[in-house]
Write a protein that binds this ligand. Sequence first.
Ligand SMILES: [Mg+2]
Length: 374
Amino acid sequence: MKVVSVEAIPVAYPEPNDFDATRYLCLVKITTDDGVVGWGEAITQFPEANPAVAALIAGMAEFVIGRSPVDTEAVWRALKDRAWWYGYGGGLASNAIAAIDIALWDIKGQALGASVCELLGGPVHERLPAIASSHAHHESIPAMADEALGWLSTGLQGMKVGFGKRGDARLGYEHGRDVEYVQAMREALGPDRMLMIDLGIAIKWDVTTAVRRVQAFDDYAVDWVEEPLGAWDPEGYATLRAKTVTRMAYGEKEWTLQGYERVLATGTCDVVGVDPGRAEGITGFKRVTDRVESYGRQANAHAWSSAIVSAASLAVSFSTPACKVFEFKPLRNPMQHDLVADPVAHVDGWVYPPTTKPGLGIEIDEAVIDRYRQ
Ligand SMILES: [Mg+2]
């Protein structure tokens, strides 16, 4: 079996979980001479990144066409070597490698009659707790707490909330309002459900602001605070971590294993975010989780785009003890619920090993892709 075509498909779609903002992904369809099709995804996020990643994928195609789709490691290394000049340290080259790698694993599973999770060695968890991963939009704090309870009524075991997002929530900007929100959410959720706070790019806390805010959150058993000082501030994170007890989460903006090694070596990151549609695919994500495990930290999939990245994330999450929860966007959305016939779902707040279907186990509806194709 050999790869005969690599097609980059940039899409733009409305995301109900992001106040209906238009979001961008570069999907990849890889086809073999046997007619087997695999799907991959780069989470490009912005309009200018989409054609750039599509062009990189088109250029990289010559290192994939003619290869056996089973050779995921060899192809991944060939693509890394190809990108030696423009991809050193990461960047959009890592997005392109991610998309191709995920699609090849999908084909490899179909060719070998095994799920990606099984190809990675099989599930090490019986099940994983599922949580909602949302953005706060409403002005009224009680309304946001009520909305959260509605989502959690499906059994979801907790909630991660994005601050500094679109809409009227104004969270992340004022100490009093933030603490009032966290207190209201903890009261609504009760003592046992998880609550995580995720600071968006709009929030620019300095170290003293972060210390004061997270010390206040400490009283409400917040499970982790994500990116309170952004993607990289080792001294600031060391100070923050020394003065608070809530776990620190960051890392989702890293592209490569070397970037993750740098984060882990600081000793300040308790929960390491990884997006396989960014950090060089299933091959890249798996390498990172191995290192996170050896540091005794938690890894967490940043799976907030299409059903393709969700399927890839789920396969890796089940293959490693480093991953301990799985996030779901709470509102129905086209790239999760329309794109595939059988979207990843939780059952009473639990998600189970994706081992019943070969490859990524997803069946893509190409009419949906055509609807959002750029
Ligand atoms: Mg985040």
